[in-house]
Design a protein around this ligand. Structure first.
Ligand code: GAP
Length: 660
């Protein structure tokens, strides 16, 4: 369980939006009221049932009993997801310079996953209940205390049959041991003993244990790793040679295609490649509705930056963060720390721009011991879901929506190593700057770069290419180097390689470093649904107050932007006019046309769907009350329920401004 750390943004420091990015201030102002209060756990069932009833989310393969960890998005859910992805794509690439898109295949060469480390280390520890065989993630087992009853085995009277399997059951201290014995008997019955007589019973109090199933007290298996990648076989023959994986993240395709994109996009560092696509993980325990699924979508950016040594060589310094908050317009002297801070703040702004209030988000900085060995810093953006755990003061701690990691040059280096293809870029400015540095600075930067490359080469898995058999490292190469040959160890090869990398830096070549903001579409959709869900009181047809369920989606991501209603469906002039208005709006936004039922009920249906605007065509529209109201309609706001009279001709510009 992670302790929540207050993010900078939560202290209220939101820098003004910059030109060319999503206009957050306008977006927030356009939203009448966004939910900021944390929701409680009980809400989840209500929300899940609304999702099904209104066609946001269905269980996959529902008519066959469903498939755990897989979900389908209905008409409203599909629109919501599309809007989320469009907003992300716009903010990450269309509205900024230097970020281009990629749409790569889901199945990639299996060596990709060796290079990335997924084959060897992408595992969770799992445990099985020895009684029910139910599987759990080891880190999700509740810590328990009580009295443990141990058995050395059991025998069957009369037959001589026995089981020597040890077993144990945890029960609450003070509870009758009969329960433990009953559970133990069931365990031995499963081992073929019809009437087991328990053997060697002893008991002892235990504290803080995660060795028992919290549901029934049965002992669990020892934790063992379980690789989360979903396997498949490519081609007509199923064999080990054809083994492949459904990608567990979209990021690797970006690294693998880095050189191709870099060349065709005619970019200079810093620049980014972003991608939206499906990812698959064979999660041990999918849970919390769509939060942890086995199939989901990711939105990932790999933003490639200069190593700090290159920045220093070019700019004479590496700027350091001046404090919390958005660091402003990117500058050439930014090193990885400022780029990382920049992307954390950009991502927080994005979430605000689509309706998640800053107070519902937590910025969690991973502790040094939680970081991957190559990562320099990782910030998780958490959302306070109703099912989130609570901290000591009862506050919701939040669950991860996105991770923003400073990953150094690990990923590209790994692919260079495994594919044997260079991932270096040539930086003209660096080449020009280096000879102008004084020799002491050159030596200092060179040494720092050498040490960082050496650290990577020694710590990461993968082949180290022996450039020549008597390579004995940079320091040997610099000396007379005519001693007897030493054995070529990993250390020697790594030093040699790091030395070559440092020499290449002086000539303007390096492997770019990367900042990776990686978000999940489905988790964000769920966060937006939870955030939007609201009940309030609204008058019915007769003016009596009734409970109204309303999804207060930000207009930018609302599945339907506007609903068009003729006041009465049996008046052909009203229906015809309403259809004309629908036709007018359709090219600009998603429109829902509804003529069935009383107008109040139609409003309620759209409130539940989260449609921010309703347009009603009535007799005034036809000019029956005078020419001044002819060709005007009522425009209803979902959140305030206020209605204003608007000219049909003004609808498109007015609504477009509110939904962008
Ligand atoms: N390339 C880095 C990466 O994949 P991650 O933290 O494992 O990092 C990134 O995943 C995001 O993908 C998460 O923050 C989350 O939003 C989403 N995600 C990961 N596993 C998921 C799952 N089982 N179900 C739904 N979304 C998931």
């Amino acid at each position: 369980m992670r302790p929540a750390r207050l993010g900078w943004g939560e202290q209220g420091q939101i820098a003004p939006p910059k030109t060319g990015f999503l206009d957050i201030a306008a977006g927030v102002a356009n939203t009448v009221r966004l939910m900021a209060e944390p929701k409680t756990g009980e809400l989840m069932e209500t929300i899940a049932s609304l999702c099904k009833r209104r066609g946001f989310i269905f269980q996959s393969s529902e008519i066959y009993g469903g498939l755990n960890g897989f979900w389908d998005y209905g008409p409203l859910g599909a629109e919501l997801k599309r809007n989320i992805k469009d907003a992300w794509w716009r903010s990450m690439t269309l509205l900024r310079d230097g970020v281009v898109g990629l749409d790569a295949s889901i199945i990639m060469h299996p060596r990709v996953w060796e290079a990335s480390g997924h084959t060897s280390t992408f595992s969770d520890l799992m445990v099985d209940c020895l009684l029910t065989k139910k599987r759990f993630r080891a880190d999700q087992i509740e810590c328990l205390a009580g009295t443990a009853y141990f058995y050395t085995g059991a025998a069957e009277e009369g037959t001589g049959k026995e089981s020597k399997d040890p077993f144990s059951v945890l029960i609450a201290t003070g509870k009758h041991p009969g329960y433990a014995r009953e559970v133990a008997r069931q365990f031995y019955q499963q081992r073929g003993l019809k009437e087991p007589v328990l053997q060697g019973e002893r008991s002892e109090p235990v504290q803080n244990t995660t060795r028992y199933n919290p549901e029934n007290g049965s002992l669990l298996t020892e934790p063992r790793p379980f690789n989360l990648m979903l396997k498949t076989s490519v081609g007509p023959v199923e064999s080990a040679d054809n083994l492949s994986y459904l990608r567990p993240e979209t990021a690797q395709a970006i690294f693998v295609q880095f050189k191709n994109v870099f060349e065709v996009a005619r970019q200079k560092i810093p620049f980014g490649i972003c991608q939206i696509g499906k990812a698959f993980r064979n999660e041990i325990n999918p849970r919390n509705f769509t939060f942890r699924s086995r199939e989901f979508e990711q939105m990932e950016l790999e933003y490639f930056i200069r190593p700090d040594e290159a920045v220093e060589a070019i700019c004479g310094r590496v700027a350091k963060p001046a404090g919390p908050g958005h660091p402003g317009e990117p500058q050439p002297d930014w090193g990885w720390q400022l780029w990382h801070q920049y992307w954390v703040e950009e991502r927080l702004r994005f979430y605000e721009s689509i309706g998640l209030p800053r107070a519902s988000l937590v910025e969690y900085w991973q502790k040094p011991e939680e970081l991957a060995h190559y990562a320099r810093a990782t910030v998780d953006v958490l959302y306070k879901f109703p099912f989130s755990k609570r901290g000591p003061n009862g506050e919701l701690i939040g669950e991860e929506l996105e991770g923003i990691a400073a990953r150094g040059d690990f990923d590209l280096s790994q692919h260079q190593r495994f594919a044997g293809r260079p991932m270096t870029v040539f930086d003209e400015e660096l080449k020009a700057a280096w000879p102008k540095l004084d020799p002491a600075k050159q030596a200092e930067l060179s040494e720092r770069f050498f040490q960082s490359r050496l650290k990577y080469l020694l710590n990461a898995e993968g082949p180290l290419v022996a450039a020549n058999a008597d390579a004995r490292g940079r320091r040997d190469a610099e000396g007379p180097a005519k001693e007897p040959e030493a054995p070529v160890t990993k250390e020697v090869l790594a030093a040699k390689q790091a030395g070559e990398d440092a020499e290449a830096l002086a000539k303007g070549y390096y492997i770019p470093h990367v900042i990776e903001p990686s978000a999940g579409v489905d988790r964000l959709a769920l966060a937006l649904i939870c955030n939007a869900y609201c009940q309030d009181q609204a008058p019915d047809e007769k003016g009596n107050l009734e409970t109204r369920v309303v999804m207060r989606f930000h207009p930018r991501i609302a599945p339907i932007k506007v609903a068009v209603f003729p006041l009465l469906k049996n008046k052909p002039e009203l229906v015809q006019k309403a259809r004309e208005v629908r036709g007018l709006l359709r090219p600009h936004m998603s429109v829902f046309y509804d003529e069935a039922g009383a107008i109040g009920r139609r409003y309620r249906r759209q409130d539940e769907a989260g449609t921010p605007f309703g347009v009603t065509i009535d007799f005034d529209t036809l000019g029956e009350k005078g020419p001044e109201l002819k060709d005007t309609v009522t425009l209803r706001d979902r959140d305030t329920m206020k209605q204003e009279r608007v000219k049909i001709d003004d609808l498109v510009p007015m609504l477009t401004a509110r939904i962008r």
